[in-house]
Write a protein that binds this ligand. Structure first.
Ligand SMILES: [Zn+2]
Length: 470
């Protein structure tokens, strides 16, 4: 049976660039979204103009005054950090990893613990309206098995890969494997969970990524072997993701440590095959159109240009960048490079699961950039980062990200009546008399003032997901 969802619709139609987001914005106050029983969108428009159904039954789900948006895409988060939000380390990225995160991730060797954590992780995603996620996984196969199983059981869409480490400090020891095991376990995970062909991957809800934690977690030997492995599986739609240029503390921060350790001048080179001293080529590139780099706070123009040319996307994680004192990704300069900028919670460096809260922080940090770099992001640009750009970053733009006919119905229902501050701002806040400006004002308030409590329902491919909270 097909389903007609009635509610207040916002989405970005077509395939807009970030600069075209405002023109692509569609608001339909009494809207209808027609979802076929295979989960694809048959029609989106005004409820009063819905087409006659040609045979077959139609179930109408009336969401009242609630808003219907494309499901949020979270392009960067960490499964084994599910319980590590707001962990106090008294320092920045490298101290936080050493004192809080490596010990927390070591607990995932315990199967019973990992099973509970996988359930919790999926509950959190569903509660936050996140329908698609790109996930740094655990080092431990039992934990990965639990997470893949749980995604499939719950019906979530995602790309997951085991966290690869072959070097690291003492606290990371439980997470570190031999060079051989790093490749063997990654290959086994791809064989077990990734669809066999690109065609099958394009229909699947769950895919696999190759995920070294960051350059500092792997040796040149591992990078070379991962390059070969990725080259072998690239054509079947396997993803690659890692961190890039996050912490720039002079002397001993992440970027300084990468340049010193590899004896290279560009952090990006370590993922691009040029990881030998002096930036000499040592293996295959890991960049491409299914490759996503988290943070990119301190990239050079040349690095951004290379990312854009390769089709590699940036996962922008401003909550995490604030929490760990990493700085602010330069918005205008990054946009100018042409690279796709999608949103990432970076749980647990980011201390909130809700993508609208990531957008809220993005708005605040970019309006506060110094001088001419400061910019008030348009509400359509915020929605772009959370939906269309996320879909594009994951090479899923022909399937998800908006409500155009033929896309799969991944959507979130936000009901302001569940969160009074949001309801009041929408009801009583002053909006322009100009219809277009009124649309912009309403969307801005909806995204900026959204709270997880207001997320009423989450759907993937037309199917409502249950958060299974006790
Ligand atoms: Zn991260």
């Amino acid at each position: 049976m097909s389903t007609l969802h009635r509610g207040h619709i916002f989405h970005l139609t077509g395939r807009p660039s970030v600069q075209e987001a405002a023109e692509a914005l569609v608001e339909i106050p009494d809207g209808a979204l027609w979802v076929e029983d295979d989960g694809t969108i048959a029609w989106c428009g005004r409820y009063s103009e819905r087409p006659e159904r040609r045979g077959g039954e139609v179930q109408v789900v009336d969401h009242g005054d609630a808003f219907i948006l494309p499901g949020f895409v979270d392009t960067h988060m960490h499964f084994p950090q599910v319980n590590s939000i707001d962990a106090y380390c008294g320092g920045q990225l490298l101290e936080w990893l050493d004192r809080c995160i490596f010990p927390a991730e070591a607990r995932f060797a315990d199967e019973a613990f990992a099973l509970g954590a996988a359930k919790e992780f999926c509950n959190r995603l569903i509660s936050a309206g996140t329908t698609t996620s790109l996930v740094f996984g655990s080092a431990f196969p039992v934990a990965q098995e639990a997470l893949f199983d749980e995604y499939q059981r719950r019906g979530l869409r995602g790309v997951i890969g085991r966290g690869i480490q072959t070097v690291g400090p003492e606290t990371a020891k439980p997470l570190i494997t031999s060079e051989e095991d790093a490749i063997r376990l990654t290959e086994a995970e791809i064989e077990r969970w990734h669809p066999a062909t690109e065609e099958a991957a394009r229909r699947a809800l769950v895919c696999v990524a190759v995920v070294p934690r960051f350059s500092l977690s792997v040796t040149t030997k591992t990078l070379a072997a991962l390059g070969e492995l990725y080259d072998h599986y690239r054509s079947s739609g396997v993803y690659f993701t890692s961190h890039l240029s996050e912490n720039n503390r002079p002397g001993d921060g992440e970027i300084a440590a990468v340049l010193e350790s590899f004896k290279v001048e560009s952090y990006l080179d370590t993922y691009d095959g040029y990881f030998l001293p002096g930036g000499k080529k040592g293996g295959h590139s890991l960049l491409g159109r299914r490759s996503i780099m988290a943070h990119c706070v301190h990239c050079s123009d040349a690095e951004l240009a290379r990312l854009a040319a390769a089709g590699t996307a940036v996962s922008h994680c401003p909550n995490s960048q604030l929490f760990l004192g990493s700085g602010t990704m330069p918005w205008l300069r990054t946009v100018a490079s042409g690279v796709t900028i999608a949103a990432g919670s970076d749980v647990a460096g980011g201390d909130n699961w809700l993508i609208p809260y990531v957008l809220n922080t993005a708005f605040k940090v970019h309006i506060s950039e110094p001088g001419a770099a400061g910019v008030a992001l348009h509400p359509a640009v915020l929605l772009h980062m959370a939906t269309v750009a996320g879909a594009r970053a994951l090479d899923l733009e022909d399937r998800i990200g908006n409500f155009d006919t033929g896309r799969e119905a991944d959507m979130v229902v936000i009901d302001p009546s569940r969160w009074e501050p949001l309801a009041n701002s929408l009801e009583w806040g002053v909006l322009s008399d100009d219809p277009e400006k009124r649309t912009h004002g309403r969307l801005f308030t909806l995204l900026m003032a959204c709270n997880e409590v207001a997320v009423a329902e989450t759907y993937v491919r037309g199917r409502k997901l249950n958060d299974e909270k006790a």
